[in-house]
Each structure stands twice: as C-alpha cells, then as structure tokens.
Design a protein around this ligand. Structure first.
Ligand code: PLP
Length: 470
C-alpha cells in the first residue's frame, strides 16, 4: 500500500472504546449477540452509527465496506430507498396490531410462490423461533422425539439445537451451553456434514425415534461449506457437475426411508443463493423450510413452511401451539415484500454472482501474491476465506483453518476500511449495492492484509492493532 494510506484506528477509535466500556457495564459482554464482541478475533468491537448501500460508518466517523451485511440479511445493502420507503409507510399506519393484515397475505404468497417445498407458511420474528417451531411441528407430526443435526450447524439458540457433538460422529448430543439439560440434549443426535455415513449410522441406531433431520443446505455457520457430490468432492461454488446423488439427495433418501422429516434451514440461504433458495439450486425438496434474514429486508422477521398437511397441524388449524405478539408486524413484512420484489428484477442474482466471483478470485490472487495459503469457498454471494492450504469440506477441516491468521487479516482489513465477519467460522456476504470500486478497494486492502496475515508470527505482531488472541 502507498505510504499515505489512511488506516482506521484499531477498534474504530475513541468513541467506540467509550461506548464499549459503558456497554460492558450494562449488557453481558457489552453486546446483544456474542459474536459482535470480537472475542474470536480479539480487539475492541467497532460501534456502528449508520449504513448506506455497501458502506458502514462507525461512531468515530470511520467508513467501512461492509461484507457482514447484518449476517446476510441485507442482500440489497443498507437502507435501500425502496425498503426504507415501504417500512416507513407501514409504520406510519401503525407498527403492530396483533391482528391479521393484507401485507402478511402478500408476503406468505410470495414465499409460497418462490419455494418449491412450501405450500403454507407461518411468519415469526427470528430464525431461532422459526427453527424451534419447525422442530416442534416435526416431532408432533411423526410422534417421535429425536432430531439429527450436524456438527458446526447453527440453527439458533433454542435448547435442543445448542448441541454440536463430542468427538465421535453420530454421537448423542451433549449441551453446548450450561442451562441446556442433558435430557434435552440427549434427544439431539449429531452427525458430520458432508459425511453421509455418519448420517446412515445415526439412522441405523435410532431411525425409529428420529422425528427429523435439520441441515443448512449450504453450511454457513462453520464458514461456507457447500454440500458435495460424490464425484465432485471439494468442488467449490455450486451445483455444477454430473447429476449423481449428492449429500442433500442422500439426506432426502434416508429421511424418506426412515419416515423422518427433512428440514432445510434456509435462514441464510433462502432468497440469498437463489430466489428459490438452495432447494431450487440443488433440486432437493425438504418437508419443512425455515427462513429468516433476507425475507425481513433487515427487519425482525422469519418464517417456517412446508406441505399443507404438515402446516395445518399448527394452531389454530391444528394442535401444535405456536404464537407471537409481533409476528408479521407490518414494518418488517412491508420491508420483506419490497426486498423480494427488488430481488425479482432481471439480472439481480447475475450481478451478485459477478460481483462475488470477481471479489473471490481477486482475494485468491491477492493471497497467493502474499504467500498466504487460503481456501475460498463460495456459493453465490456468500463466501468464506479459510486460512488453510487444505480443501474445506466439513466442520473439522473448517476448524483446522488458522485462527491467528484470520484475526490478523480481519484487523488488517478493518484498519483499511473493510469490514469482514469477526470470526473465521462465518460467512461473508456481498450485496447488490457493492460496486466495482468497492471490489477494487477491497482487493487493494486485501493485498496488504494478507501480507500481514502471512507474517503474523514472524513480523512480531500486528503493529498498531495487536489482537488479543482467543
Ligand atoms: C442457519 C441459521 N439458522 C437459524 C439462525 C437463527 O436466526 P436468528 O438469529 O434470527 O434467531 C441463524 C442465525 O444466524 C442461522 O444462520
């Protein structure tokens, strides 16, 4: 980088630090969701004041190109004028009624039209709630107790899903968090993503007790890991390749054979990897689908849905109770409708694909130039830069990526005005607001940040921003 390069102060600056000090007195860890505290990359979290398009400004006035996009929710970038207009018009008419509205009918109709597996949907307020409710429904529909999830798969923080596995595949779950009882966790079986044998083992042992299997069809919470096909092991970037049964198809087969339901958690991938979600891209139809993030256009909104005969088990049509004071609140629903309408514009996903492909190819080249081994996994506009020379195909290979190098890269980018996820096991997201100029600026920053990352041990630390390593 040129010598006159402007570097943001580490941790954003004085105002962010003041706010963080005060926040820690008032909220656990100073935040309302743990990853925001930068614990896995070290340093002080940057406090954000506003966002516009692809950019964020922090409380000290520093600007960042944002690849967090509120953990994937903002596929159109920050404060898109149409989305703001729709939400503002809705809130002017009243923010919540606790009674049905036309907006909810419109959004439910759009979801049903978009997703092959969904004939009926229920709107809720968070992804956690959507998944928790879908699992309750699956248990009620099958009259079975156990569920299968994957190691490294995150499905929100409801008790039975805060379980990842001990050492062995197909192990009965142990809680990840105090407060989750061993009894609850023991109904959760944990298998290994992209390892169909671990799933077969789970069904061989517990098949008759398994209500459902839940999977992120493209894993996003161990960093991006696409579902592999046997003949394209390690292929990055989507469903190209000969049509042989792959991981998702095998999950469909096994769940059908065992009378269990298949739940796709498309909270990240829904309307992100394609308008119709990963299920459209991979051509596999689950029984139930969970949505969140994009469908709320950046407002609190999520949904679950599936075949009519299943969804009609939900109250008040059926006996499975689930409710919500703010479910389907008009500003969220209006923002969601505006977002989905904009996503229907011809070329929108092509544009996202081009931006993301160009960015990831540039990042790969920059890393190579800096002598920094990376594996970049990408599906559409979601991607992760893993600091490893190995291919990342599951949770174990994701975890084997270099934590300190990611931290060095993260801080190097942040100081150069580029905001990546503050954890190496997360997805980064591009939005339709990211321009070619943003890509160029990101790649310039990346060249320097990769060099710092490659030399993180030998260079004697990170100069102005030594992270507190986890
Ligand atoms: C795949 C997946 N499912 C569920 C959730 C939970 O959603 P929420 O944070 O809205 O509760 C998340 C959150 O990141 C997620 O990535």
């Amino acid at each position: 980088m040129a010598e006159e390069e402007h570097l943001n102060p580490p941790g954003g600056g004085r105002r962010s630090k003041e706010l963080y000090d005060r926040a820690r007195q008032l909220m656990p860890g100073g935040v309302n969701s743990p990853v925001r505290a930068f614990r896995s990359v070290g340093g002080t979290p940057v406090f954000i004041e506003r966002g516009q398009g692809a950019h964020l400004w922090d409380a000290d006035g520093n600007r960042y190109i944002d690849y967090l996009c509120s953990w994937g929710a903002l596929i159109l970038g920050h404060a898109h004028p149409e989305v703001v207009k729709a939400a503002t018009e809705a809130v002017r008419k009243g923010s919540t009624f606790g009674a049905p509205t036309e907006l909810e009918v419109t959004l439910a109709g759009m979801i049903v039209e978009a997703l092959p597996s969904v004939e009926m949907a229920r709107l809720v307020t968070s992804g956690t709630e959507a998944v928790m409710s879908a699992i309750r429904l699956a248990r009620a529909a099958t009259k079975r107790r156990k569920i299968v999830k994957f190691e490294g798969g995150y499905h929100g923080h409801s008790d039975s899903l805060l379980v990842r596995a001990g050492s062995g595949a197909a192990a009965l779950g142990v809680p990840d968090s105090p407060g989750v009882t061993a009894g609850t966790a023991s109904d959760t079986i944990v298998a290994s993503y992209n390892d169909i044998e671990s799933v077969e083992e789970a069904f061989a042992k517990h098949g008759e007790d398994i209500a459902c299997l839940i999977v992120e069809p493209v894993a996003g919470n161990m960093g991006v890991v696409p579902p592999i096909r046997p003949d394209t092991v390690g292929a990055q970037g989507g469903p190209e390749g000969p049509r042989e049964p792959g991981f998702l198809e095998e999950l469909r087969r096994l769940t059908l054979e065992n009378g269990s339901l298949l739940i796709f958690d498309e909270v990240i991938t829904g309307f992100r990897v394609a308008y119709g979600g990963a299920q459209t891209l991979w051509g596999v139809t689950p029984d139930l689908t969970c949505l969140g993030k994009v469908i709320g256009g950046g407002f609190p909104l999520a949904a679950y849905g599936g075949r009519k005969e299943l969804m009609e088990l939900v109250a008040p049509s059926g006996p499975v109770y689930q409710a919500g004071t703010l479910a389907g609140a008009p500003p969220s629903v209006a923002a969601g409708i505006a977002t989905l309408k904009l996503l229907q514009e011809p070329g929108l996903y092509d544009g996202l694909e081009q931006t993301s492909a160009r960015l990831c190819e540039g990042l790969r080249q920059a890393a190579e130039k800096a002598g920094c081994p990376v594996c970049i996994n990408r599906v559409g506009s979601m991607f992760t830069v893993f600091f490893t020379s190995e291919k990342v195909t599951d949770f174990a290979t994701a975890c084997a990526s270099h934590a300190e190098r990611y931290s060095a890269f993260f801080h190097g980018m942040l100081r150069r005005g580029v905001y990546f996820p503050p954890s190496r096991l997360e997805s980064a997201f591009a939005s339709s607001a990211h321009s070619e100029e943003d890509t160029e600026r990101t790649l310039e920053a990346a060249e320097a940040a990769f060099s710092e990352s490659a030399g993180w041990r030998t260079a004697g630390g990170l100069g102005a921003a030594p992270p507190t390593l986890p």
